[in-house]
Design a protein around this ligand. Sequence first.
Ligand code: ADP
Ligand code: MG
Length: 723
Amino acid sequence: NAVRLAAIKDAQSFEGPAPFFDVAEKTGEIFGANVFSLAVMQKRLPKAVFKSVAATIQNGEKLDPAVADLVAAAMKDWAMERGVTHYAHVFYPLTGLTAEKHDSFLEPVGDGTAIWEFSGKTLIQGEPDASSFPNGGIRATFEARGYTGWDVQSPAYILENANGNTLCIPTIFVSMTGEALDHKTPLLRSQAAMAAQAQRVLALFGHQDIDNVVSYCGPEQEYFLIDSSFVNARPDLLNAGRTLFGAKPPKGQEFDDHYFGAIPERVLAFMHDTERALFKLGIPAKTRHNEVAPGQFEIAPVFERANLASDHQQLLMSTFRSIAKQHGMECLFHEKPFAGVNGSGKHVNFSFGNGNQGNFLNPGDNPHDNAQFLVFCAAIIRAVHLHGGLLRLTVASAGNDHRLGANEAPPAIISIFLGDQLADVFDQIAKGGEATSSKQRGILSVGVDTLPDLAKDAGDRNRTSPFAFTGNRFEFRAAGSNQTVAAPMVIINTIMAEALDFAATEIEAAVADGSDFNDAVAALLKKIIEQHGAVIFNGNGYSEEWHAEAEQRGLKNLRTTVDALPEWLTPESKELFSTYGVFSEAELESRYEVGVEQYVMTVGVEANLTSEVARTIVLPTALRYQTELAQNVAALKAAGIEADLTTLQSVSAPLADLTAALAALDTAIAGAHAHSGIAEAAYLRDVVLTAMADVRTAADALEAVVADDLWALPTYQEMLYIR
Ligand code: ADP
Ligand code: MG
């Protein structure tokens, strides 16, 4: 088939951009070159102004409006020296994408000329026409106004482009009545809520002069790189971001020969260019390696304050997409682009801390003796046990449904893995009320004298747990590769606020009752582990037994997005989010509506694509081949030779299946209109996804028998291995 063969040829002959590698360029010098950072501000702003902005950034104080004009003027000068002509308020609507509206600095002055202007007001606030962003009914469509407001803690930066540079200002996005239409607003609210409760706990531990408490986040991003020619030849990949057809390749990932293997040359060139771009933007890209599946890779930046990490994560994804194109590739962030091949996740590593007390999740050498650490850990245990449903909800999407619960990603049941050392400490607390020892980290003996001793961690890793303690942080592993990290961080901060509030209140009450402080803490830890220990699970999360046991323990198993979405609206959620000022009831309804809408649209598009590709590409190809075989049979008969019909039948049988499945799919698609809201989502999941799977089964069976020179869709083998 001409299309597919041309794609293969193009992929094989692709020549990337000339490599740019300058040994003289020092990473340290380009790092942050395009960021209007604190350091730049210090150089360019009057001392008093700088101090005011720095206080806002470091302590989360309110920005003084009088200061904004001066900051804006300095920002404009800095940007224009770097070839910037436009500025953009960048925001993060509920589609999960990044949105930006560009405006020129240009202001006509009335005499036929113009000046370049950028005022404090335009820096702080913008007003994009917001009517076509999803809002879940918060804003009636006739009311198109939405406002953006600068998140001062996330610095402005310059996005370079061959067609002109843009000054980007990270903002929140709210409705006229102040309701959040984005992911950043609740993130900032949840951070404040968590900080207030954490400060109460710290104060109980005698920390008086407390720096602003923040949550930190370090996301590990998995992605696929596929040659663009293949993507262009596959309407499913092009439009849905995942393959809706494709037989499993003879060689899959079972050899484990890709994982951590040598990075292919073409991919290395891509990584080099992306890292350079990320460094300029002040994004601390750190780790890169091959992932499990062929064609799959990972990048992890160093952790940062959660709101900054989240903005950086969005910027990282768009940078990857555009630089991949320059290298003739598509960067796929879909959670499951290829069936039967590992999917992609985004591990959300997080911790809490501040300037003077450091990381609260650092156990030290003797966690059993580190009461403050244990209180924070216990709070996490309580939070995850009480609100596992919300954690599950926050990673629910049509794409991630193909991953969660399958045998490669954490299960849809949310449990906690503590590791040997910590599990043992909490065991002691549960049994005796107080922990008296900690398993120590050991020294690894490798049996080779010339090697230095290798330190061995006190606990092993568990890849099957959705929520794991990893030494000085927790790692929430259920997030999908395509999702924003802001959403999980909102939930993590909020449920931590509740748990820390509980902890502080318990200790305060006990002390007021005359209890000794240490006894009060010990009693709290024991109480939490008794009430919430059921969420701790150190075994194999993939096993069937765990599903049964989790049910006995009363843990939720929300298998699909459709099961998880109603968690937005439970009385417990409403209570929790309003208590901590993170979501109003209207905002919860809106997130729910948008979640349903996104699911319905995603599956709807995939269903139509399945039907279209099957009818216009797979079916004609199979019919042509069937005709060829039939002609062969006829020719043999005419020549008086007895024809063997096996091959013809091996095509005719799946072809008949395909025709039937296609008719069933079209009926199923038509039936969706009878439903709406969550009922439509459930219908799509139960009826339409099943019908799509039947079409695929027949089509994949045909791929295995139809002559290779006729087959039109680039195969898994070609897409995953040619580069
Ligand atoms: P892994 O061994 O789990 O694959 P990686 O090195 O790939 O680890 O990524 C670990 C991520 O966790 C990095 O983004 C790292 O910056 C982040 N991280 C490390 N310490 C903390 C912390 N205290 N809080 C939040 N994130 C952290
Ligand atoms: Mg990891």
